[in-house]
Ligand binder design. Structure first.
Ligand code: HEC
Ligand code: HEC
Ligand code: HEC
Ligand code: HEC
Ligand code: HEC
Length: 185
C-alpha cells in the first residue's frame, strides 16, 4: 500500500499534486501570518492601558512622530525615570523585574515591531501629525490595550482611501496624494 502510494507520488502527475499541495499550504501559512493581528510575545508585557490612564501622552514616549518619519520606541532610561521611584518596580512578581534587570545589566530591551509597512513604502509621521491626524486615526484606540497590536493591516488601499478623502475637491492635492512616487521612491 505504502509502496503503491509512493510509486504514484513520484509519477509526473503525483509530483504535480504534491507541488500543488505544498504551494497551497505555503500560501495559506503566508496568508495566516498576514491576517492574524495577534500581538507578539514582547520581552516585557508593557501595558499601554496603565500608562495612558496615568495620563502619560503618546508623544512623551513616541516623540519622533511629531518630528520625523519614525515615532520611535522609548529607551529604558526613559522608563527608569519613572520606575525607579515606583514601589512596584521592586516587586519580584511584577513584569517590572524584566525592566529592572535590563537597566541593571545595561542590555537594551528588544521590542518586537508590530506596526510596520514594507521597506519600499515611504511613510512619514510628521506630515500626518502636521495635517492634524491623531494617533488613533491609524493605530486605533490604545487606551484599552495591554500589548500594542495593529487594528488594521497597513495596506495600499487603506492609505489611498484616506488620501482620496482628505484631498476632497482639491485636484492638485488628489494628484499628489495618489501619485505612485509620493509613497514609492
Ligand atoms: C510610557 C511610554 C508609552 C506611552 C505613554 C505610549 N507608548 Fe506606545 N509603546 C511604548 C513601548 C515601550 C512600546 C513597545 C512595546 C509594544 O509594542 O507593546 C510601544 C509600542 C507602540 C506601538 C507599536 C509600535 C511597534 O511597531 O512596535 C504603537 C503603534 C504605539 N506604541 C502607539 C502609542 C500611542 C498611540 C500612544 C498614546 C495613546 C502610546 N503609544 C503611548 C511606550 C509607550
Ligand atoms: C511617566 C511615568 C512612567 C513612565 C515613563 C513609564 N512608566 Fe511604567 N508605569 C507607570 C505607573 C504609574 C505604573 C503603575 C504602577 C502601579 O500599578 O503601581 C506603571 C506600570 C508599569 C507596568 C505594570 C507593572 C505591573 O506589574 O502591573 C509595566 C510592565 C511598566 N510600567 C513598564 C514600563 C516600561 C517598559 C516603560 C518604558 C518603556 C515604562 N513603564 C515607562 C509609570 C511610568
Ligand atoms: C496616518 C496614519 C498614522 C498616524 C496618524 C500615526 N501613525 Fe504611527 N504608524 C503608522 C504607520 C503606517 C506605521 C508604520 C511605519 C513604518 O513601518 O515605517 C506607524 C508606526 C508607528 C510606530 C512604530 C514604529 C516607529 O517608530 O515609527 C509607533 C511607535 C507609532 N507609529 C506611534 C504613533 C503615535 C504615538 C502617533 C500619534 C502621535 C502615530 N503613530 C500616528 C501610521 C500612523
Ligand atoms: C487617516 C488618513 C491617512 C492615512 C490612513 C494615511 N495618510 Fe498619508 N496623508 C494624509 C494627509 C491628511 C496628508 C497631508 C496632505 C496635505 O499635504 O495636506 C498625507 C500625506 C502623505 C504623504 C506626503 C507627505 C509629504 O511630505 O508631503 C505621504 C508620503 C503619505 N501621506 C504616505 C502615506 C502612507 C504610505 C500611508 C499608509 C501606510 C498613509 N499615508 C496613510 C492622511 C492619511
Ligand atoms: C498613499 C501611499 C501609496 C501610494 C500613492 C501608492 N502606493 Fe503602492 N503601496 C503602498 C503601501 C502601503 C504598500 C504595501 C502594501 C502591503 O504591505 O500590503 C504598497 C504596495 C505596492 C506594491 C506591492 C504589491 C502589493 O500590493 O503589496 C506595488 C507593486 C505598488 N504598491 C505599486 C503602486 C503603484 C503603481 C502606485 C501608483 C498608481 C502606487 N503603488 C501608489 C502605498 C502606496
Amino acid at each position: 500500500m505504502i509502496k503503491r502510494l509512493f510509486d504514484w507520488l513520484i509519477q509526473p502527475l503525483g509530483l504535480i499534486a504534491v507541488s500543488i499541495a505544498v504551494l497551497a499550504l505555503f500560501s495559506l501559512a503566508a496568508y495566516g501570518i498576514n491576517t492574524t493581528q495577534q500581538p507578539p510575545a514582547q520581552p516585557i508585557q508593557f501595558p499601554h492601558r496603565t500608562h495612558i490612564a496615568f495620563g502619560v501622552q503618546c508623544l512623551y514616549c513616541h516623540p519622533g512622530a511629531a518630528r520625523g518619519p519614525a515615532a520611535g520606541i522609548p529607551s529604558q532610561s526613559k522608563c527608569w525615570g519613572c520606575h525607579q521611584q515606583i514601589a512596584k518596580t521592586n516587586d519580584p512578581k511584577s513584569e517590572l523585574r524584566f525592566l529592572k534587570a535590563a537597566v541593571e545589566s545595561g542590555t537594551p530591551i528588544q521590542w518586537i515591531p508590530v506596526a510596520q509597512v514594507p521597506d519600499f513604502v515611504q511613510f512619514n509621521h510628521r506630515a500626518h501629525i502636521a495635517a492634524g491626524k491623531n494617533c488613533e486615526d491609524c493605530h486605533g484606540d490604545m487606551t484599552n490595550l495591554t500589548l500594542a497590536e495593529n487594528p488594521q493591516v497597513f495596506n495600499m488601499g487603506w492609505c489611498l482611501a484616506c488620501h482620496v478623502k482628505n484631498a476632497g475637491d482639491d485636484h492638485a492635492k488628489l494628484v499628489k496624494l495618489t501619485d505612485c512616487g509620493t509613497c514609492h521612491y
